[in-house]
Design a protein around this ligand. Structure first.
Ligand SMILES: Cc1cc2nc3c(=O)[nH]c(=O)nc-3n(C[C@H](O)[C@H](O)[C@H](O)COP(=O)(O)O)c2cc1C
Length: 313
């Protein structure tokens, strides 16, 4: 207040850096913290054996309408200069489906960025549905509100060292939109699409609401939605985001931990005594909404234990 723009600018202290003089990891963090929010390409590819791969890339945008070109960039790992399966795949099978990520998909999307082995199908790990494409071999993400079937026309490496990007030129040959995101003119309603974008650190932006955090998937690899017991997976109260969070733990709590949890929690003890499933599921919801994922797991396992089949909920 009281300052004109010139005095304000003069009062700012700045740090100035030459990229080659700082470690790549730090440079990466500055670039990602400054350039955002970035849209997310949820890229589905396939290898020569037909094994599907699904991973998110926020070095992504649309660059041309005629021809319709999207570009995303799987980078060489800063850590050890290895390449990502997505890059290896598009160099051999030159096709990709780029799926758009809405808020409902964000946790499952995040789970697919875990470094699962080459043979692991991330659709399965994240509990997402593989939908056959019409013109390309890679599958679409059925849950995604927009799916672009693309032919890869060029892959342009930007360097040879850790951190180097690889531009994957993806020409759209067919696109699919959910009718539920269209407006009365048949165009995409910018509120209904409910897009999310990536920012620096663990931050994302929900375009029509604001910023939120998704902790990076564990470096210890998450068990995956496919390893969540059937009785839990089929609970109607659990959303895709809930399943993504539950699949991101590195192991399921054991009997001892659950007993300790019950012993140390009066409320849970009395609910267990009354076999009150409704109350247990209410508490599960609270834990999930407050990001207490291990506690949510414990309550869900207690629920199986005391009620057996809970599918009606
Ligand atoms: C939201 C989000 C955006 C990401 N963007 C990129 C990116 O632009 N480039 C990249 O190399 N990795 C990116 N990653 C990390 C990759 O998704 C991750 O390395 C993944 O395991 C690669 O899988 P793949 O080896 O199966 O291709 C991103 C991760 C997340 C969660």
């Amino acid at each position: 207040m009281g300052h004109n723009l010139y005095t304000f600018v003069m009062m700012q202290k700045a740090i100035s850096l030459i990229p080659s003089e700082i470690p790549t990891g730090k440079l990466h963090a500055y670039l990602l913290g400054a350039v955002g929010p970035r849209p997310i390409a949820f890229a589905s590819t396939i290898d020569e054996q037909g094994i599907p791969n699904l991973s998110p890339f926020s070095f992504f945008n649309v660059f041309s309408a005629n021809p319709p070109i999207l570009i995303f960039s799987p980078a060489r790992r800063v850590r050890d200069n290895t390449t990502k399966h997505t890059l290896d795949n598009v160099l051999k099978i030159k096709e990709v489906v780029i799926n758009i990520v809405n808020y409902e998909l964000v946790q499952q999307m995040s789970l697919t960025s875990t470094e699962y082995g080459e043979k692991e199908n991330e659709f399965k790990k994240a509990g997402l549905t593989m939908l056959e494409s019409d013109l390309v071999r890679p599958y679409r993400v059925a849950e995604s509100p927009v799916q672009f079937e693309c032919k890869v026309t060029k892959v342009e490496p930007l360097g040879e060292e850790g951190g180097a990007g690889n531009l994957v030129f993806s020409e759209v040959v067919k696109m699919h939109f959910y009718e539920s995101i269209l407006d009365e003119n048949g165009l995409i309603d910018q509120f209904k699409i409910d897009q999310v974008a990536r920012m620096g650190g663990n931050w994302y932006s929900r375009a029509n609401k604001g910023m939120f955090e998704v902790p990076k998937p564990l470096s210890a690899i998450g068990i995956g939605v496919d390893n969540i017991p059937k009785e839990i997976r089929s609970l109607k109260m659990l959303t895709g985001n809930d399943l993504g969070l539950l699949g991101n733990v590195d192991r399921i709590p054991d009997k001892n931990e659950i007993e300790e949890f019950i012993a140390s929690n009066d409320q849970i003890r009395s609910i267990v005594k009354n076999k009150d499933t409704t109350e247990l599921l209410k508490i599960t919801r609270e834990y999930l909404d407050n990001n207490k994922i291990l506690s949510a797991w414990k309550v869900l396992l207690i629920n199986i234990e005391i009620n057996g089949n809970t599918r009606k909920n």
